[in-house]
Design a protein around this ligand. Structure first.
Ligand code: HEM
Length: 495
C-alpha cells in the first residue's frame, strides 16, 4: 500500500527564532501514563476523559490492540493505516460504535451521523450537497451578522467584564447554525430551547455501552433514564413545530430545512426516503454536529491566543492590515492566512472529535492485523496529531506549521480533525469559515485574558473541551489598531 506523505517538519532556524523570542508555549494535555492500568481504571477513563486512556508509548505506535472482557479494540495511529481503514476499507469500517449508536440513536433516529450502509448512502447524497463547500458563500452573511451582534453584545458588557467564553462561543455558534438550519426568524426564536434540550440530553446519556463490552448483541435493550426521555421530548417537540411551519409554507426556502423539503420535491437521489421524520432527524444531526464542534474550537483558540503574546501580536497585525477596522466578510477569508493557521493549529492540538470510532461490519484486516466482525476500531485525531515522528514539537502551539508559505500542508491522512474518507465531515468548509470569521470579527475589537487563577484542563465527553467553564476578561481594542507594544507576559501552562 502507498504510504501517506508524512508531515513536513518546521525548520530548525524557524524553531530557534521562536525560542529566541521567548515564544515557546506548551498548552495543557492529560498526563500520559507510562505503566499499564487495570481494566476498571480504563473503563473509568473511557467515561470521564477518554483521551487520557493512551500511554506515552501508544503515541508512537502504528496500531494498538486491547481486549476488554468480550470486546476487541484496535486503535489505528498511522497515516497509511488511517487511509486503509477509513478510505480503502470503508465498506467494512463505516459503522459507528455501539456506544455512539446507542447513545445518539434516540435523539437522531436513523440520521446520517449514526446510520451506515444504504441508509447512510442515501442520506449523505441529500444532506452533503446542502451544506457543501459551494453553499458556504450563501450561508456566510448569517455567520457575519451574528458575529457582529456578538461583538456588540460584548461591547455592552464593558471593559474588564468576565465572561464564560465556552458558553459564549456555544451560544454564538448555536445561533449561527440555528439560523442556517431553520432560517433567520425561526432560528432566532428557538435556539435557546433546542440548546437547553441538547445539554440536558448529553448530561444524562452514558459514554460507555456496557452491554457491548459484555458481548451482548445490538438488539439487547439498553435502559434509558426518565431524564433522557424528557430531554428528547423537548428537542423533538421544538423541531417538529418548526418542520410543521415549513409544511405550512411559512418557512424560509433558503434554510437547510427548506432545502431538505425541496430535495424531496425535486426527487433528488434517495430523497424519496426523506419523510417528515427523516427531515427532523437530519435537521437535528446538522444542528448537533455543527454547533459544539465549532464552539469548542473557538473557545480553545481564545485560550491559546491569550497564552502567547507572539501569536496574539501576529494575529492583530494581520487583522489590522487586511481589514483596516471594518468587519470581515467571506471575501476576506482567503486574505487571512494567519487567522486560519491559528484555527487549524487549534484543531490539531484539540480536535473537537478526538476519537473516531467504528465497529467492523465483517471480518477484515488492517495492514495484516486480523480484525474480527464486531470489533471496535478507533482512530484518535488527538493522538495522531501529536505523533512525534509526524510533527515538530508536537505538543507546542505553533500556528505557523499551517502557513503554506513556510511549509507544505500535512498529509490529509495525518491531519484529520474533520475525519477522512467517505464519512468526512460534510460541514468542513462551513465550520472552518465560520470559525475564521467569528475569530476575526471578535479579535478585532477584543483581547481576552484568562481569569486569574483559573486552570484549564482537557475534558472529553462527546467532544473535547477546555473544562466546564472558561472564564476570561474582555479587553476592548481600538478598531483597526495593530498589535500593542505592551503584550501580555507569556505564561506556560503545565504540559
Ligand atoms: C470545527 C468544526 C467541525 C469539526 C471539527 C467537525 C468534525 C467532524 C468529524 C470528525 C466528523 C466525523 C465523525 C465520525 O466519523 O465519527 C463529522 C461529521 C459530520 N459533521 Fe462535522 N465538524 C465540524 C463542523 C460541522 C458543521 C458546521 C456541520 C454542518 C453545517 C457539520 C456536519 C457534520 C455532519 C452532518 C456529519 C456526519 C457525516 C457522516 O456521517 O457522513 N460539521 N464532523
Amino acid at each position: 500500500m502507498k504510504k501517506a506523505r508524512a508531515t513536513v517538519q518546521l525548520s530548525d532556524e524557524f524553531l530557534a527564532a521562536i525560542d529566541a523570542e521567548g515564544g515557546r508555549f506548551v498548552p495543557p494535555c492529560p498526563e500520559r501514563r507510562s505503566a499499564p492500568i487495570p481494566l476498571w481504571k480504563i473503563m473509568k477513563l473511557y467515561r470521564e476523559n477518554i483521551i487520557a486512556v493512551f500511554s506515552e508509548n501508544d503515541f508512537r505506535r502504528p496500531i494498538i490492540h486491547g481486549r476488554y472482557l468480550a470486546l476487541d479494540v484496535y486503535t489505528v495511529n498511522d497515516p497509511a493505516l488511517v487511509q486503509e481503514t477509513f478510505q480503502t476499507k470503508h465498506e467494512i469500517f463505516q459503522r459507528k460504535t455501539p456506544q455512539m449508536r446507542h447513545a445518539l440513536a434516540p435523539l437522531l433516529g436513523d440520521g446520517l451521523f449514526v446510520s451506515d450502509s444504504e441508509t447512510w448512502k442515501r442520506r449523505r447524497a441529500v444532506v452533503g450537497p446542502i451544506i457543501h463547500t459551494s453553499k458556504v458563500r450563501s450561508f456566510s452573511p448569517l455567520m457575519c451578522e451574528t458575529a457582529v451582534e456578538w461583538r456588540e453584545h460584548w461591547q455592552d458588557l464593558g471593559d474588564g467584564a468576565e465572561v464564560n467564553v465556552l458558553a459564549e462561543m456555544a451560544e454564538l455558534t448555536a445561533e449561527i447554525i440555528s439560523r442556517t438550519v431553520f432560517g433567520r426568524r425561526l432560528g432566532r426564536e428557538h435556539t435557546s430551547e433546542i440548546v437547553a434540550g441538547f445539554a440536558e440530553y448529553q448530561k444524562h446519556i452514558d459514554q460507555m455501552d456496557i452491554p457491548s463490552v459484555l458481548g451482548l448483541p445490538d438488539w439487547f435493550p439498553r435502559p434509558r433514564g426518565l431524564k433522557v426521555g424528557r430531554a428528547l421530548r423537548r428537542v423533538h417537540g421544538v423541531i417538529d413545530e418548526i418542520v410543521e411551519r415549513f409544511e405550512q409554507g411559512t418557512g424560509d426556502a433558503e434554510a437547510v430545512i427548506g432545502q431538505l423539503f425541496a430535495a424531496r420535491a425535486e426527487g433528488a437521489e434517495g430523497a424519496e426516503a426523506l419523510d417528515r421524520e427523516a427531515i427532523r432527524n437530519e435537521a437535528i444531526v446538522i444542528f448537533m454536529a455543527g454547533h459544539e464542534t465549532t464552539a469548542n474550537t473557538l473557545a480553545w483558540a481564545w485560550f491559546l491566543i491569550s497564552q502567547s503574546s507572539r501569536v496574539r501580536d501576529r494575529l492583530q497585525d494581520e487583522l489590522a492590515d487586511v481589514l483596516e477596522g471594518r468587519a470581515p466578510d467571506i471575501d476576506d477569508v482567503r486574505g487571512l492566512p494567519y487567522t486560519r493557521a491559528i484555527i487549524e493549529e487549534t484543531l490539531r492540538l484539540y480536535p473537537p472529535v478526538p476519537i473516531l470510532g467504528r465497529q467492523a461490519l465483517a471480518d477484515g484486516d488492517i495492514n495484516g492485523t486480523q480484525v474480527k466482525r464486531g470489533s471496535v476500531v478507533m482512530v484518535s485525531p488527538f493522538m495522531l496529531h501529536r505523533k512525534p515522528d509526524l510533527w515538530s514539537r508536537p505538543d507546542e502551539f505553533i500556528p505557523e506549521r499551517f502557513d503554506e508559505r513556510l511549509t507544505p500542508r500535512p498529509s490529509k491522512y495525518a491531519y484529520i480533525p474533520f475525519a477522512i474518507g467517505p464519512r468526512i465531515c460534510p460541514g468542513l468548509t462551513f465550520g472552518l469559515t465560520e470559525a475564521i470569521l467569528c475569530l476575526a470579527t471578535l479579535a478585532q475589537a477584543f483581547e481576552l485574558d484568562l481569569a486569574e487563577g483559573h486552570v484549564v484542563r482537557t475534558q472529553c465527553r462527546l467532544t473535547l473541551r477546555p473544562g466546564d467553564t472558561l472564564p476570561m476578561l474582555l479587553r476592548p481594542r481600538a478598531a483597526g489598531a495593530p498589535a500593542s507594544a505592551a503584550g501580555q507576559p507569556l505564561t506556560e501552562a503545565p504540559a
